[in-house]
Design a protein around this ligand. Structure first.
Ligand code: ADP
Ligand code: MG
Length: 815
């Protein structure tokens, strides 16, 4: 096993010559590294023991008898089959050994000096290392071999011989050989005791030959050897001390260098830490950057995808828009082609318009003419017209057997007779006589032209006069199933408004009030005010009551609601509605504001519908208190009405309108251009004759105001013709207008559409540009980020390299 180390050990054989002296404590002894083949006969072997082995009879060429292991104390035997090199013919000797804690005790030896040969071979620790087995050999308690390390001399499985160790044996004939381990356990392969040659006498005398001793002076001999050894050792110690000093110096230098290196190492360490930290933060930032980059990349990918999608969609949209655009441009071309036609049409329209303007002017002239003519007709009839209506005898009168005193035989001619006695008859003439058989429709028929007058801008006043119970309220209000003048007039008014809506715009409002005891009460007021309502002059010829509620009405339904509200308000605060109503004047005022849409002419007119208080002469009966006051007020107001009418008839410069609230209110609707219709209501009963005569006298007085000019001939057929041609022209114009409007609208909508599409196209183009720009930007950003990442990874690599170099340096310096 140790064969490979042969050469190295054999090389060292001579070099180790100095060491031999250190091992051998007895002069004359020697260390033989090579195996000595045979002992010679001259050697005079006393005993040769094969330690740990058997008898070796005639081993090799030697005639020496090597006996089996004996005289030992302790230890163990050991054998190897390995070849022992350089051992000559005695290989078996070295293949066995005794080892452990042992000693050899030989006895029966004749007193004298002997030479001892010790044979060793390292057969256990064949792989070394040096220093595994170091031991001393003591003979007769004196150290003869010091710190022998077989392996360091010859290696393993090689013979090592310590020869010619001169030893003394005393008179006891005992030879004790002890083996003490310094490191590990001692080992021995063979012990050979030889007779020592005789020392010449002169050598003995001089006592200078070391290594020779006799039984008598054995201690001296050892002392000499020791002295020699001591001096040798001292020398060695000196040498070693010097070497030690040298080594100490070297160590000191090395220490210093180490300190410096440590310092440097610390520095390097700090730097390394710093770098490591930097590296760590760089790695961290790189990680962050990487995440950011990944995010950015994924975002970019996502955006790219959405952009691509958007672009695709935009492309599609653009395609669609292009198609639409071509369609639109085709339409536009068609439109443009239509333009000449349109121009033609426009010129045609223009001519129509001029025609229309012409016609309009003519129409306006005609309207004015018609108005004038109509007014003339109405005037011819008289501005104040008086109709007399006689109610039928009521159930009580019939049952009471009352006779009729009214003669209607000439009523168709407007003549009415009152039979005052058996042979006397008082005759009256009115514009119209209504017999008890005449219904509400007949009664209204004569008042209906007033509606036209109101809408033409004239003030109109229709009132019913007569004794209580003669049918004033019946004539004016009527019943729900048999409506009177009020409702019918207003119905006709709204019908005419509807007819005229193309040429006129109307604004109609209504006031409902009553005059009781010379006080005006607003019947449409939602809250009762203590403030007295008074008549004020607003402008020339126009009077109004400040603070009164004027309800704007747009349909007959609303009028009806207002009338109902007024009627309800009238009922509040009175025990007997009929009684109260007969003692107060119920007045409805309709204000009509009109605008002629053709010439812009504006008018404001009023229509008064008045249900007067009963005209009976209450003074006859001796009434007192409130009733007297009421009666006085009624009489005053009715006679004031008579006075006004009379003053108007006599064309007096002063018309006493202000004598009563009634006349004051009706001021602008009585006289002048205004038209008045008076229904004088009478009872047919003989019992009411006195009042009937009184009423008829009053009415006659009123009727006599103005006889009216002579009737004028008016050619209505011409007017009708003109009207129909005007209507046709208007119709044509309307149709043309509509056609132009439609064409214009079409053209405009097409233009708008084209503009919209253009705008959309432009917007989308802008969007595409935007998206492309953004894409470019994103790509640039990505490139930058990629560049940054590569830079960062380069930096990290650099840092890592630096770190590894530093690590190496540190490792080196530690070593
Ligand atoms: P006035 O208002 O003048 O006091 P009303 O209008 O209250 O009188 O009439 C009294 C009564 O006579 C009512 O019941 C009414 O219906 C009836 N009456 C009046 N005139 C007529 C008429 N022309 N035909 C039928 N009944 C009538
Ligand atoms: Mg009445």
């Amino acid at each position: 096993m140790a064969n490979n180390k042969d050469s190295s050990f054999s090389c060292n054989q001579e070099d180790n010559a100095d060491d031999d002296d250190l091992v051998l404590c007895v002069s004359g002894s020697k260390i033989v590294r090579r195996g000595v083949s045979d002992y010679k006969i001259s050697d005079k072997v006393v005993k040769f023991v094969n330690a740990g082995g058997e008898d070796l009879q005639n081993e090799g060429d030697s005639s020496i008898h090597i006996v089996h292991d004996q005289a030992f104390k302790g230890g163990d035997t050991l054998r190897t089959n390995e070849t022992i090199l350089d051992c000559g013919s005695l290989s078996s000797l070295y293949q066995s050994a005794r080892f452990g804690n042992f000693s050899y005790h030989f006895d029966g030896l004749p007193c004298g000096d002997y030479l001892l040969d010790l044979h060793f071979s390292e057969i256990i620790n064949t792989n070394g290392p040096k220093g595994m087995r170091v031991f001393d050999v003591l003979v007769q308690n004196e150290k003869v071999v010091s710190e022998l390390d077989i392996y360091s001399y010859v290696g393993a499985n090689r013979p090592l011989k310590l020869m010619d160790i001169r030893i003394p044996v005393g008179l006891d004939g005992v030879l004790v050989i002890k083996f003490n381990g310094v490191h590990g356990t001692p080992i021995i392969s063979g012990i050979c005791i030889k007779e020592a040659p005789k020392v010449p006498a002169y050598e003995l005398q001089q006592g200078c030959l070391a290594g020779h001793s006799y039984v008598t002076d054995t201690p001296n001999q050892f002392n000499n050897v020791r002295t020699k050894h001591i001096s040798k050792y001292e020398k060695k110690i000196e040498e070693l001390t010097a070497r030690c000093q040298l080594k100490s110096n070297e160590c000191y230098e090395a220490w210093m260098a180490l300190a410096a290196l440590n310092k440097q190492l610390d520095k390097v360490n700090t730097e390394l830490h710093k770098k490591a930290f930097e590296n760590h933060s760089l790695i961290q930032s790189m990680g962050l950057q990487e995440i950011k980059l990944k995010d950015a990349i994924s975002m970019r990918d996502h955006e790219k995808k959405s952009f691509v999608k958007a672009i695709n969609e935009l492309g599609k949209n653009i395609e669609i828009m292009k198609l639409e655009q071509t369609k639109l441009s085709r339409d536009a071309h068609e439109c443009a082609n239509l333009i000449p036609d349109m121009d033609k049409m426009l010129s045609a329209i223009q001519t129509q318009v001029t025609k229309f303007e012409d016609l309009k002017q003519k129409y306006n002239e005609e309207v004015a003419k018609r108005k004038k003519l109509y007014n003339q007709v109405e005037e011819a009839k008289g501005n104040i017209r008086v109709f007399c209506r006689c109610r039928p005898l009521d159930k009580h009168e019939v049952s009471a057997g009352h006779t009729m005193v009214v003669d209607f035989s000439a009523s168709k001619d407007g003549d009415l007779g009152i039979v005052t006695g058996s042979s006397t008859k008082k005759l009256y003439r009115f514009d119209r006589i209504y017999t008890p058989n005449d219904g509400q429709v007949d009664v209204f028929a004569d008042a209906s032209p007033m509606v036209i007058s109101v809408l033409d801008g004239y003030n109109v006043c229709i009132f019913a006069y007569g004794q209580t119970g003669t049918g004033k309220t019946f004539t004016m209000e009527g019943t729900e199933k048999n409506r009177g003048v009020n409702y019918r007039t207003l119905e006709a008014l709204f019908d005419t408004v509807e007819e005229r809506k193309d040429t006129f715009s109307f604004n109609i409002s209504i006031c409902v009030l009553e005059v009781y005891n010379e006080q005006i009460r607003d019947l449409l007021a939602t809250s009762r005010t203590t403030k007295k309502l008074e008549v004020r002059q607003a402008s020339e010829g126009a009077h109004h009551v400040p603070g009164i509620v004027e309800a704007k009405v747009e349909s007959i339904r609303e009028v009806w609601n207002a009338l109902q509200a007024g009627s309800n308000a009238r009922a509040v605060g009175s025990n007997n509605v009929n009684e109260h109503s007969s003692r107060s004047h119920c007045m409805i005022c309709i204000t009509v504001k009109s605008k002629n849409l053709l010439n812009g002419e504006c008018t404001k007119s009023k229509l008064w519908l008045v249900d007067l208080a009963g005209s009976e002469k209450l003074a006859k009966t001796n009434v007192q208190g409130d009733r007297l006051k009421e009666a006085q007020n009624i009489n005053r107001s009715l006679s004031a009405l008579g006075d006004v009418i009379s003053a108007l008839a006599s064309k007096s410069t002063h018309i006493p309108y202000r004598n009563s609230k009634l006349t004051h209110l009706l001021q602008d609707s009585l006289g002048g251009d205004s038209k008045t219709v008076m229904y004088v209501q009478i009872s047919p009963s003989e019992h009411d004759m006195s009042e009937t005569l009184s009423s008829l006298n009053f009415a006659t007085r009123v009727r006599g105001v103005e006889l009216g000019p002579a009737k004028k001939q008016i050619d209505y057929s011409e007017l009708q013709k003109l009207k129909s041609s005007l209507d046709k022209a208007k119709q044509d114009l309307r149709l043309k207008d509509e056609a132009i409007k439609k064409l214009e609208e079409n053209y405009q909508s097409l233009e708008i559409k084209i503009k919209c599409k253009d705008q959309m196209h432009k917007n989308q183009q802008d969007q595409v540009d935007d998206v492309t720009g953004q894409l470019e930007l994103k790509t640039q950003l990505c490139k930058q980020l990629e560049k940054q990442t590569s830079q960062l990874s380069d930096e990290v690599k650099e840092k890592q390299d630096m770190c590894s170099t530093l690590q190496k340096r540190v490792n080196l310096s530690i070593l």
